[in-house]
Design a protein around this ligand. Structure first.
Ligand code: GUN
Length: 285
């Protein structure tokens, strides 16, 4: 069986590092990091994620608040709220939980954030800095995947990395990150998506295969090169209640050198890196 990459354990160790940093910042500068999470509507998955974010923040000594807005809130009201949070010197980090209700323009809302408070790293300025190799806030899931690879000695350095899924949240920023000219990056990245012809053949080229396509158990053993490292970003609940990823664990595990489980792989890392970005935002104010 392959190495099982324990995201929960690695996230716990990152969170301990952050908690020490937070304590030092408080002691030396009197600064306590403050994160505001904006949750719009009643998406049950988003509610769970947001609760988990504020609970984690509390454990690390980071203050947080969640502002809940009704599903039917107007775009103008959301933009006004963001303006107020941008101006509030107490607030170091702002996160607008996605997805937004369909009547709201996600790009417009994310663009309204002060890039220096955009701890999700989704503002075009922050994505542009990442694209030009000078990242400030790296989006949390790509950041978490990078940390997982580094901390398990599977550095992307000079590897062939294939990413499945081109979302603004994961696939696209991850491709920018891992192809940066920088230590522990320098990967040759192929970004595959729903219109890729012969995706299984592309996937089989990967030394490191990262799936963020959002299709349950899509990646099967025949799509994986023997000895590849497989990172699963997906999370889906099956009819029997079981949580599974984008990767069909049963057929892929025997082929892989290392693999992340679902749950307990990438998920815990996303939250840890949000805390890291919030801590960094507070430090640099
Ligand atoms: N929804 C799912 N993942 C994320 C994330 O990383 N950030 C935000 N803002 N929303 C999400």
């Amino acid at each position: 069986m392959p190495e099982i990459i324990d995201g929960k354990k690695i996230a716990a160790s990152i969170k301990r590092e952050i908690a020490s940093g937070v304590e030092l910042l408080k002691r030396e500068k009197g600064v306590v990091p403050f994160l505001t999470v904006v949750l719009i509507g009643n998406d049950p998955a988003s509610e769970v994620y947001v609760k988990s974010k504020s609970k984690t923040a509390g454990k690390l000594g980071i203050q947080s608040e969640t502002i809940k807005l009704a599903e039917a809130v107007s775009e103008k009201d959301v933009l006004n709220l963001i303006d107020k949070l941008n101006e509030n010197p107490e607030v170091n980090g702002i996160l607008v939980q996605l997805p937004l209700p369909p009547h709201l323009n996600t790009e417009l809302i994310l663009e309204r954030l002060n890039p220096r408070k955009d701890v999700d790293g989704l503002h075009p300025t922050n994505l542009g800095l990442l694209a030009t190799g000078r990242p400030t806030f790296i989006p949390c899931t790509p950041f978490g995947i990078w940390e997982l690879l580094k901390r398990t000695n599977h550095s992307p350095e000079e590897k062939d990395v294939v990413i499945l899924g081109r979302s603004n949240l994961v696939g696209k920023p991850l491709s920018l990150l891992l192809s940066m000219k920088q230590k522990d990056c320098n990967a040759t990245v192929t970004l595959c998506h729903s219109r890729t012809s012969n995706l299984p053949q592309m996937a089989r080229q990967a030394d490191i295969l990262i799936s963020a396509m959002g299709q349950a158990e899509f990646v099967t053993g025949d799509m994986v090169k023997p000895g590849a490292v497989v990172i699963d970003v997906g999370i889906h609940r099956k009819e029997d209640g079981k949580l599974v990823g984008d990767v069909d664990f049963a057929s892929v595990a025997p082929v892989a050198l290392a693999i992340t489980p679902v749950p307990g792989g990438v998920g815990p890392m996303t939250i840890a890196m949000l805390m890291q970005n919030t801590f960094q935002a507070a430090k640099s104010t």
